[in-house]
Design a protein. Structure first.
Length: 218
């Protein structure tokens, strides 16, 4: 977990550097073919994790093999950290995807869009057409209210808890059980949710340090 948290921080720092270099170049438009499960993100008006989208509105069988198809478009202002993967990866085997990566805790407004005739012909894994289409316009980062502690202090306070083997084993059991449709004890779920909040708090605080480091004079 400590290595994973460090990687999260490093990825977001790259996004902040990329934003700094590309500020005042205007907005960028991107596309994503998602599962209807991601309506939770749309309804919440914020990303939950690093979110991948594409500069091209392309369709491949891989992207349509979902249980309930949700079509998303993004209008990303240069005031929001993001990174175009082909610009930073020298040897990228997935260049053809023209991927853009958005950070977690990104707030956005939502507008419903109409399907094109071509999109109505898309079929998900159940041979059903798309069920929703929305434009997401990122507005700001939900990290301003994170703890004022430094990243080093956060590591000292929280990493011992979120890296605890018992906590991680519980998380594996809960996630595996959910995937397999197994009934999970309420106490297990509650403990997992508390642990996940601690992980999110740590990530938010580390991201906050990078964000304000690169935006303090803007």
């Amino acid at each position: 977990m400590s290595e994973l948290i460090a990687i999260y921080g490093d990825i977001f720092t790259v996004m902040c550097k990329y934003q700094r270099m590309n500020r005042r170049k205007g907005s960028i438009h991107a596309f994503r073919k998602d599962r209807m499960q991601s309506m939770a993100m749309v309804d919440n008006h914020a990303t939950f994790a690093f979110t991948s989208c594409s500069l091209k509105d392309k369709v491949e069988d891989y992207f349509l093999k979902k249980d309930g198809l949700l079509l998303l478009e993004y209008e990303i202002a240069d005031s929001i950290p993001y990174v175009v993967m082909n610009d930073v990866l020298i040897d990228n085997p997935y260049q053809y995807q023209e991927e853009i990566l958005l950070p977690p805790f990104t707030a956005f407004t939502v507008s419903e869009l109409k399907f094109t005739e071509k999109e109505l012909n898309y079929k998900d894994v159940n041979k059903e057409p798309p069920k929703g289409k929305y434009l997401l316009s990122p507005t700001h980062m939900l990290i301003q209210d994170a703890s004022n502690d430094s990243a080093r202090e956060v590591q000292n306070m929280d990493l011992l808890n979120i890296c605890d083997k018992e906590q991680i084993d519980r998380a594996v059991r809960v996630l595996k059980g959910l995937a397999e449709g197994v009934v999970i004890e309420e106490s297990e779920v509650s403990s997992y949710c508390d642990w996940k909040k601690e992980v999110q708090k740590t990530v938010r605080t580390i991201m906050r340090k990078s964000y304000f480091l690169f935006n303090e004079d803007v």
